[in-house]
Design a protein. Structure first.
Lengths: 199, 81
């Protein structure tokens, strides 16, 4: 769903407590996860999400339902976390991971150091632990973008709006996030399976 | 046919999803034939699955959501505008 129903938009605009409760119930887990992914502590994340909701309430009559209210809320949250905004300009600048990735390839574009071959598969708990560790090493903005995409299922268009970046810029952020995470996991023994289809 | 480096860029940046069918087809062909790229794509996919699994939330996350919910209810019952 990319649009809200007319009934829900009307309910939000008149601040109907039942509709607000429904919206909060739907959106709170994702917003808290996003705030944590952006590097906030649990306490700060709760505060940021509460403030986000109150801002949403204050501007409720401006909500026109053309985007999902979750997208609107993510946008408010990201603007609240001003340190993330300040880092926007740095996104195009060099990032250490770029060199790490480049070193993986020959000048002609073939793999110089291909991904490690499958070994004994790690258990699910082990993967969760390693992932938690490796996510900490990903810069806040990259981690936020990757989490919003993979866990919260935002579309690329929604992500560009929420993070206030161009599609190209989003591509750079995701490329760095995924490769940084993959490098870290690989160094700790994560292999994934050998086969993939492109569907 | 794209190179391995180009395949990695298209897949990891997500640009492949919004590219035309011709490009998607050549990438798919490359991946079918290239064991390294196949492995790379599989690892990114497995990583996404694992992040979703991790993001499903712990009991502490539910408590956190419940706390914010309580505070919000108090606000809009109090007529926050």
């Amino acid at each position: 769903m990319t649009r809200e129903t007319a009934a829900r938009v009307a309910g939000i605009q008149r601040r109907d407590p039942e509709i607000l409760e429904e919206v909060a119930r739907e959106c709170l887990p994702g917003l808290l996860r996003a705030a944590r992914a952006a590097g906030l502590s649990a306490v700060d994340a709760e505060d940021a999400v509460q403030t986000t909701f109150l801002t949403f309430l204050r501007r409720a009559e401006d909500f026109d339902g053309r985007s999902r209210c979750s997208t609107w809320l993510y946008g408010i949250l990201v603007r609240k976390m001003s340190e993330l905004r300040r880092s926007t300009a740095r996104e195009e600048a060099a990032d250490q991971i770029d060199e790490v990735i480049s070193a993986r390839f020959e000048p002609d574009g073939r793999w110089a150091r291909p991904p490690a071959s499958p070994a004994a598969e790690l258990g699910q708990e082990e993967v969760r632990r390693l992932l938690g560790e490796c996510l900490e090493g990903v810069p806040d903005r990259q981690r936020l973008a990757y989490t919003l995409l993979e866990v919260d299922g935002l579309s690329r268009e929604e992500l560009c709006n929420v993070l206030e970046v161009s599609p190209n810029n989003l591509g750079v952020i995701l490329y760095r996030a995924r490769n940084r995470l993959r490098e870290c996991l690989e160094a700790r023994g994560f292999r994934g399976s050998a086969d993939a289809d492109m569907s | 046919m794209p190179t391995c480096h180009e395949v990695a860029q298209l897949v990891a940046s997500g640009a492949l999803a919004s590219s035309g069918w011709r490009q998607r087809m050549t990438v798919r062909l490359h991946v079918v034939m290239c064991v390294h790229c196949r492995r790379y794509v599989a690892q990114l996919r497995r990583m996404g699955d694992a992040v979703r699994d991790l993001g499903r939330g712990s009991p502490e996350d539910s408590l956190s959501a419940a706390r914010v919910m309580d505070r919000l209810r108090a606000q809009w019952k109090g007529g926050a505008q």
